[in-house]
Design a protein around this ligand. Structure first.
Ligand SMILES: Nc1ncnc2c1ncn2[C@@H]1O[C@H](COP(=O)(O)OP(=O)(O)O)[C@@H](O)[C@H]1O
Ligand SMILES: [Mg+2]
Length: 365
């Protein structure tokens, strides 16, 4: 036995500094560390996962391995992956907030989370792209951000954020999936593409309730909601579950699109959510060869709609092929090309959104 190995206290401190990627708490505090054996420079650690097939197994193993390996005197680290017993998992679950009695944590007056539901009159205007990019931007600025994909039939957030795995459950609680610093929940984490969801009214409401209430959101600074296009049942459910939400409307510049977007505003009024602003997407195009700027869809629909509603136009985003490429690749444009015109526009919108929300956040009661 070598004299130079780490002490149990050193190993303990190193392990305490390792966070579970989804729960974002120390694995020691979560009760995930089992036996630790130190034999000179050889360290063996048993890690108990919440579920045996945890998709984050490799990531957790890597984090533990490198945290211990960095200690002086460590020559070999053996991280043995095990799973919690039912009792251990129940005890972990009871220490986590959320999911109790199906109540939305965002209804409570004491919740500080700023909830923003992103709506559009029709599909294809870039609502999901805008939502994903705003979420990533806010997270990169140091806010904790959740993104709820409420577009149950046409969900695209998992692909846009580059997530291919399913969500993990701890007992009855769903763990949001972390991507680009944002905590996501989507129906896409529950189903496979070969199993399309055909949910109607009550079941749809139940699913959304569960996404809001039975997900470990952990009091984020922001919760962004990607609504389905149009004015169906979902906005109504969301308004009930997230009564303190503000709405943002995405439109393209065409006057026709703007007329359709007006319906989203009418819907916001019907469900009693304030509209914080309008975002115009696909506003202009810069030819890569000549640098000439084209207003592809003339109209100025975003500004007109904002005027009509008496809310700010939060910004205009150019039509830029890189936005679509980034979305398909699972790395939003604000990450993949932060210097692009589109990314800069999105950054500006994240800023104006902050001030617009402060304006609309005046208490209504
Ligand atoms: N500013 C943009 N420039 C280029 N392509 C865009 C832009 N915004 C969105 N797209 C692309 O347009 C398509 C529709 O966007 P999406 O965000 O899915 O719209 P929605 O959620 O409103 O249906 C996607 O392929 C997306 O990548
Ligand atoms: Mg969409």
């Amino acid at each position: 036995m070598s004299e130079t190995g780490p002490t149990p206290a050193e190993v303990g401190a190193a392990l305490a500094g390792v966070e579970d990627p989804e729960l974002r708490r120390s694995i020691v505090a979560l009760g995930m560390v089992g036996d630790v054996a130190i034999d000179g420079g050889d360290v063996r650690v048993v890690i108990k996962l919440t579920v045996a097939g945890c998709p984050l197994k490799a990531e957790i193993q890597k984090r533990v391995g490198s945290a211990v390996a960095e200690l002086g005197g460590v020559e070999r680290v053996n991280v043995v992956m095990d799973a919690m017993t039912d009792d251990e998992r129940r005890s972990l679950r009871s220490g986590l907030s959320g999911g109790l009695g199906n109540t939305s944590p965002f209804v409570d007056e004491s919740s500080d989370t700023v909830v923003v539901a992103v709506a559009s009159g029709k599909g294809g205007v870039g609502k999901s792209s805008v939502t994903a990019n705003l979420a990533v931007t806010l997270a990169s600025q140091g806010s904790s951000v959740g993104l709820l994909d409420a577009d149950v039939y046409g969900y695209s957030i998992p692909r846009m954020m580059g997530v291919t795995r399913q969500a993990v459950m701890v007992e009855d609680l769903m763990m949001p999936v972390d991507a680009h610093g944002v905590r996501l929940m989507s129906i896409g984490f529950m189903t496979s593409d070969d199993n399309p969801v055909i949910w109607r009214g009550p079941m749809l409401h139940k699913a959304l309730t569960s996404f809001v209430s039975d997900t470990y959101w952990d009091d984020p600074d922001y919760l962004l909601v990607d609504l389905p296009p149009g004015t169906g049942d979902v906005p109504l459910s969301i308004a009930q579950l997230l009564p303190r939400a503000s709405m943002v409307i995405v439109t393209t510049p065409q006057l026709l699109a703007q007329r359709v977007a007006r319906r989203a505003a009418a819907m916001a009024q019907r469900v009693d959510l304030p509209v914080a602003g309008v975002i115009e997407n696909m506003s202009w195009f810069v030819a890569p060869d000549t640098g000439a700027r084209y207003e592809v869809f003339s109209g100025g629909g975003g500004a007109q709609l904002a005027d009509e509603l008496g809310v700010p136009l939060l910004g205009r985003i150019p039509l830029e092929p890189a936005v679509a490429v980034a979305g398909d690749a699972g790395t939003p444009i604000v990450v993949s090309a932060p210097d692009s015109d589109a990314a800069r526009a999105l950054l500006g919108i994240a800023d104006s959104l902050g001030s617009a929300l402060r304006e609309t956040a005046a208490p209504t009661a």
